[in-house]
Design a protein around this ligand. Structure first.
Ligand code: NAP
Length: 260
C-alpha cells in the first residue's frame, strides 16, 4: 500500500454508491481520513459495515447537496471534527434522459440544482479554510457530456458543461493561494446511473436495451464499459501531491470515446 493520501482529510459527496463508493475505498487504502456524504444514511451505514471502510476513520453525513445551509453546516462539522478539509470530491450527481423538446424547465433546474449548485455550495463552504491553510485539492465529477453534445440528454450535458466551466474559473481564481481545482470526465462507467441511462435512452429512442448496449459499446474504442475503480485511480492522482502542477483541467477517463 502506497499511502499516497496518508492523513489527508477528504470529503466525498455521493459516496454511497457507484463511482463515489469506489473513490471512498481507494482513498481509504491510501490512508485518508474520510467524510462520506449522501442523501440516504442507511446506504452509507451499509457501505461502511460491509467493506474495509469499517477499519477506516469515517464520518458519515446525510446531506442533500441542494441544501446550501446543510452543506455549510456539514463542512463546519467536519472541520471541527478533523481540523480541516484538504480534499473535496464533488461526485454526487443525477441524470435525466429526454429529447430537448420534451424537457421542461423543471428538468433543467433539477439537473442544475444537484450537478452545478451542489458543487457551488460545497466549494464556497470549503474554500475559505483551504485558502487559509494554503492547501487544497477540489475534484469535480463532470463527464464526457461536459465536453461534447449528446442526443436525448441536453439538460444533463448543460449541467456538466457548466461544471467544466466552473472548474476552470475557480481554479484560476484560487491558483495563487495553493488550492487546485480539477474535473474528471468519465465516459460510460458501470453504476446504477448507467443502467438508468440505458433504460431511459431505450425508451426515448424506442429501441430495446440490447440495441442500446451494442450502440454504446461501439462508441468506446477500448470496447468495454469502465469500472468505477478506474475513475477512482484518477481521483487519487488529483488528490495527491503527484499532481501538484495540475489545475483547471477536465481530464477524460473514457476508454478513448472522444477520439471517434
Ligand atoms: P450513481 O450510481 O447514481 O450514484 C450517485 C450518488 O450521488 C449516490 O451516492 C447518491 O446518493 C448521490 N446523490 C445523488 N443526488 C444527491 C444529492 N442531491 N445530494 C447528495 N448526494 C446525492 O451515480 P454514478 O454513476 O456513480 O455517478 C457519480 C458521478 O459521476 C455523477 O456526478 C455522474 O454524473 C458522474 N458520471 C457518471 C458516469 C457513468 O457512466 N456512471 C459517467 C460520467 C459522469 P443517494 O442515493 O443517497 O442520494
Amino acid at each position: 500500500m502506497s499511502q499516497r493520501l496518508c492523513g489527508q482529510r477528504v470529503l466525498i459527496t455521493g459516496a454511497s454508491r457507484g463511482i463515489g463508493r469506489a473513490i471512498a475505498l481507494a482513498f481509504a487504502r491510501e490512508g485518508a481520513n474520510l467524510a462520506l456524504l449522501a442523501t440516504k444514511r442507511e446506504a452509507l451505514d451499509e457501505l461502511v459495515q460491509s467493506t474495509p471502510l469499517k477499519d477506516a476513520n469515517c464520518t458519515l453525513l446525510q446531506v442533500d447537496v441542494r441544501d446550501r445551509q446543510a452543506c455549510f453546516e456539514a463542512v463546519r462539522e467536519i472541520e471541527q471534527g478533523l481540523g480541516g478539509i484538504d480534499v473535496l470530491v464533488n461526485n454526487a450527481g443525477i441524470h435525466r434522459s429526454g429529447a430537448f423538446l420534451d424537457h421542461s424547465p423543471d428538468d433543467f433546474q433539477a439537473l442544475l440544482d444537484v450537478n452545478l449548485f451542489g458543487v457551488v455550495h460545497l466549494m464556497q463552504a470549503v474554500l475559505p479554510g483551504m485558502k487559509d491553510r494554503a492547501k487544497g485539492s477540489i475534484i469535480n465529477m463532470a463527464s464526457t457530456a461536459g465536453k461534447w453534445g449528446s442526443r436525448n440528454q441536453s439538460a444533463y450535458n448543460v449541467s456538466k458543461h457548466a461544471l467544466v466551466g466552473l472548474t476552470r474559473c475557480v481554479a484560476l481564481e484560487v491558483a495563487a493561494s495553493g488550492v487546485r481545482v480539477n474535473a474528471i470526465c468519465p465516459g460510460f462507467v458501470q453504476t446504477d446511473m448507467v443502467e438508468d441511462l440505458k433504460r431511459g435512452y431505450a425508451q426515448v429512442a424506442g429501441v430495446d436495451i440490447e440495441g442500446i448496449i451494442q450502440a454504446t459499446l461501439s462508441r468506446i474504442p477500448i470496447g468495454r464499459i469502465l469500472d468505477p475503480e478506474e475513475i477512482a485511480h484518477m481521483a487519487v492522482l488529483l488528490a495527491s501531491d503527484e499532481s501538484k502542477a495540475i489545475t483547471g483541467q477536465s481530464i477524460l477517463v473514457d476508454g478513448g470515446m472522444l477520439l471517434v
